[in-house]
Design a binder for this molecule. Structure first.
Ligand SMILES: [Fe+2]
Length: 279
């Protein structure tokens, strides 16, 4: 009897071990999923681009929503991915947090490792939380924060004008002010959290506008989500569009806001590397 009992004990032990291993595998898979994002490589044609900028690579992170619902691991992995991609410029297009009570101190902590020149604008949730602190902290880690203003960078030995328009959802997108004193031609890049701001740009100006805000619809039902967003005043949900003779790219963003559904269906979190081509 004794060997049989030992055998049974051994079998039960093995079953428990394999159950534990399966539970650990499931936990690891959940962790991998929560860190997961797609690195989108996008090519955009830009009329008037300086010849030195043909092939210029711009990394974009948006809608990071640092806080309880976006795992820090995903943000760290996204920063690592952008650093590895070695773009010429990194742009951040708003919604670093979601609302009051979110850990503002983690915004500079998590993003400071971004390498190279970083230019940032703010989103609606930043204004609803504490725009002054977020802008100050991003500035302290060396990022250029633009609120309806522009800056002239030197990239690959040629001037690149970056125009930062403030958030449109909170009606702070003053395009005329943002463009004041900006280069009228050459390489120009517009950053604006809300995609409809692109419709306020001067028509046929050969501008490229990078946006976020929509989370790519977050729950993407083909033929349904775009209609719902259009009725809510957001006709540009994801990907590239021509708007008034200018080009708009809308990223699906990286995170989850509090209060929004904690699921993305057909709308994977996104880190973007855009390559600009002379038109
Ligand atoms: Fe957002």
């Amino acid at each position: 009897m004794l060997p049989r009992r030992r055998l049974l004990t051994g079998l039960v032990g093995a079953a428990l071990t394999s159950r534990r291993a399966r539970a650990e595998e499931r936990r690891d898979e959940r962790r991998r999923q929560s860190w997961a994002f797609a690195l989108e490589e996008v090519e955009l044609t830009v009329p008037g681009l300086h010849p030195a900028h043909d092939g210029l690579r711009v990394g974009q992170l948006t809608d990071i929503h640092i806080g309880a619902n976006t795992p820090d691991g995903r943000v760290i992995a996204a920063v690592d991915a952008l650093n590895q991609a070695r773009p010429d410029l990194v742009v951040l297009t708003g919604d670093y947090v979601t609302r009051r009570g979110d850990p503002l101190e983690r915004v500079p902590e998590l993003l400071a490792r971004l390498e190279g020149d970083v230019v940032a604008v703010l989103g609606n949730h930043d204004h609803w939380t504490d725009a002054r602190t977020i802008a100050r902290d991003l500035g302290r880690v060396g990022f250029c924060v633009l609120q309806n203003e522009n800056t002239l960078l030197r990239v690959r030995g040629a001037p690149l004008c970056v125009i930062g328009v403030d958030d449109g959802a909170s009606r702070r997108d003053d395009v005329a002010r943002a463009l004041h004193g900006a280069a009228a031609r050459g390489s120009r890049l517009v950053l604006a959290h809300t995609p409809p701001t692109a419709a306020k740009l001067p028509a046929d100006a050969g501008l490229v506008c990078l946006s976020g805000h929509t989370h790519g619809g977050q729950i993407w039902l083909h033929g349904v989500t775009e209609g719902v967003f259009a009725r809510a005043g957001q006709p540009f949900v994801r990907g590239a569009y021509q708007v008034g003779g200018n080009t708009l790219y809308v990223s699906r963003g990286l995170g989850f806001g509090r209060g929004s559904p904690l699921v993305r269906v057909g709308s994977e979190p996104e880190v973007t590397v855009l390559t600009l081509r002379a038109g």
